[in-house]
Design a protein around this ligand. Structure first.
Ligand code: IDP
Ligand code: MG
Length: 154
């Protein structure tokens, strides 16, 4: 099953939207397999956003992501990367469709509440930045067979 990294960014924590955001991910059927709250330091911020280095918004982005605690979550499920991106919406909250986290809960291009890996390859790298291998849990839920069809499904 595919895994992806989601972050509830500082604005999500400060605006008391942690529960709201996790609920939106969770109710799709995606499984939370790791989660922790942390303060991102400069080193981690630079590594996580290395691909944006040199862009005009980069210094502001580093300041933003290090400005308050965040919540890091590993979600697992069928096409988890795509599903999380779909639920998040577009980068800019102002034009992100209704029904998405960014569209429903924000209006800004930078302060857009959440991060989600953009490919399975990047998800793997990003998960390793935020979590040790042993922090990612492997477990089954009774509902799993009702969420994804397998040979074992009823
Ligand atoms: P994404 O989060 O939708 O994948 P990226 O292009 O990867 O968007 O950008 C990373 C983050 O940088 C965005 O989520 C947003 O917080 C910020 N950002 C992106 N573009 C801009 C911009 O033009 N101005 C200010 N901040 C931006
Ligand atoms: Mg991105």
């Amino acid at each position: 099953m595919e895994r992806t990294l989601a972050l509830i960014k500082p604005d999500g924590v400060q605006r008391a939207l942690i529960g709201e955001i996790i609920a939106r991910f969770e109710r799709t059927g995606l499984k939370v397999v790791a989660m922790r709250m942390l303060q991102v330091d400069n080193t981690l911020a630079l590594r996580h956003y290395a691909v944006h280095e040199g862009k005009p918004f980069f210094p502001g982005l580093i300041k933003y992501i290090t400005s308050s605690p965040i919540v890091a979550i590993v979600l697992e499920g069928r096409q988890a990367v795509e599903v999380v991106r779909k639920i998040m919406g577009k980068t800019d909250g102002a034009v992100s469709p209704p029904g998405t986290i960014r569209g429903d809960l924000g209006t800004d291009l930078e302060r857009n509440l959440v991060h989600g890996s953009d490919s399975a390859t990047n998800a793997e790298k990003e998960i390793n930045l935020f979590f040790k291998k042993e922090e990612i849990l492997s477990y089954t839920r009774d509902v799993d067979r009702w969420i994804t069809a397998t040979k074992m499904s009823p």
